[in-house]
Design a protein around this ligand. Sequence first.
Ligand code: F6P
Length: 533
Amino acid sequence: MHTLTESPAWQALESHRQTMALASIAQLFDAEPQRFAHFSLRVGGMLLDYSKNLVNQDTMHLLAELARARGLGTQMRQLFSGGKINVTEDRAVLHNALRGEQAVLVDGVDVMPQVRATLQRMQAFSDRVRDGRLGGHGGRYTDVVHIGIGGSHLGPMLATRALAPYTGGGPRVHFASNIDLAALQRTLAPLDAATTLVIVVSKTFTTSETLANARTVHDWLSRALGAAAERQLVAVTANTQHAAEFGVAAEQIFPFWDWVGGRYSLWSAVGLPVALAVGMDGFRQMLHGAHEMDEHFRNAAFEKNMPVVLALLGVWYNNFFGAAAHAVLPYDESLALLPAFLQQLDMESCGKSVCVDGTPVDGDTGMIIWGAAGTDAQHSFFQLLHQGTRLVPADFIAACQPHHTGEEHHAILMANFFAQTAALMNGAPNADNPHDRFPGNRPTNSLLLDRLTPHSLGQLLALYEHKVFVQSVIWGINAFDQPGVELGKKLAARILPELDNNEPVSGYDASTNGLIDFYKANRETQFRERGPQ
Ligand code: F6P
């Protein structure tokens, strides 16, 4: 059995790379006038142009061969049929079932009835909140506060912000995740507890930050409302027992299941704030958009398959050109949180050093995902993209139709979008002054949505979910666990009681001992009992 990098498919790519490393993307366009048509794909109203990459037909063919050799087809069938591909946690991975209709069996039981039942409960609940039949102590809910972190936070916050034009009179939805009390205080300060619904979202219902924030918000509600506070508290969790023990009434607990990964959970009841913000019809449209991408991913040939193509390009630059980072650049203020969402999705999924079978990975895995909204980003870090020494492939994302009527603004935005990818590719390699020289040949993908709607947002997020999955299959890693987050959590739990007094500590390395002692000596107040603020 070959290792990944010894395999014939990899070796073929390695020798092909030596040819391509001498090519320029601009020359590839000169040689192939139909290049835009050949290297672009459409799914529904979404266009992916990947012609501005250092690839030709041979490259894409060889990369697709690598995916075949790595068993991508089999892994995809496993994914969609409820196979326990999250092997380290012995779990199925079925976020696609949340937006599908077909029966899927886990341990012989169809998961779809519980999916549909929960959607119906979300529908009933969000309808009643939005039309005012269900309100707080002070009447109709004006505000919703969402408490969660990581996958129980980033997706709902991104979707709620992205779909702001679709709220149609729904309650304002606020998000607090950080254990830094400043975040929660800032969120709660302008709100009236009597008309605020609180949703605590945690798959495990054991995450320390979320539970501490939930206790603080619960106290805030109780101080204002007394025993009536409970009515305004909702939980979304796969650990319904813990939520009940926390004090959430059974009828206010929305379940999801261990086969929904945290960073893949937006499509479950974790999306409740989205349904409250834009209505359940909007939430269902988002599910339909994601389902459309699922069907494309399942059925399209690898060479014509949008998530597969994005993943193959990622592997190409990561493993054959040494690119360590990948930029995500939404030219759409509504998608300003997309880089943060994709950071967790990609880096928690692909930041692994061992393969599924526990052996060390053969080559680099997950890239550093980062980015910000254009055109703002142009005025901060684009200098490095254009003239820095490192290769940073980038995804540019925009919508053809804005939600506003400011045509001039949108034209300027789009002119910049088009200009940047052209400049990154063509550069200005012959400028007289070396400071004005741009090497060019910097690869980009352009994703154009017809319009940012619930449907196209669903498509876009599912596109990236599947991209991440394909990369994980090629690298041979498990995209659905995250053991690397545990060590720090355990250590924080051990350190926390040490902060209850002003004694010097000695149980850690010299740096950590020194830092804790410095903190104790310099904190403003002497030891205070921890508890609600
Ligand atoms: O610490 C990382 C993590 O486990 C993520 O994977 C997860 O999305 C987040 O914490 C929140 O977990 P929970 O939903 O269980 O509170």
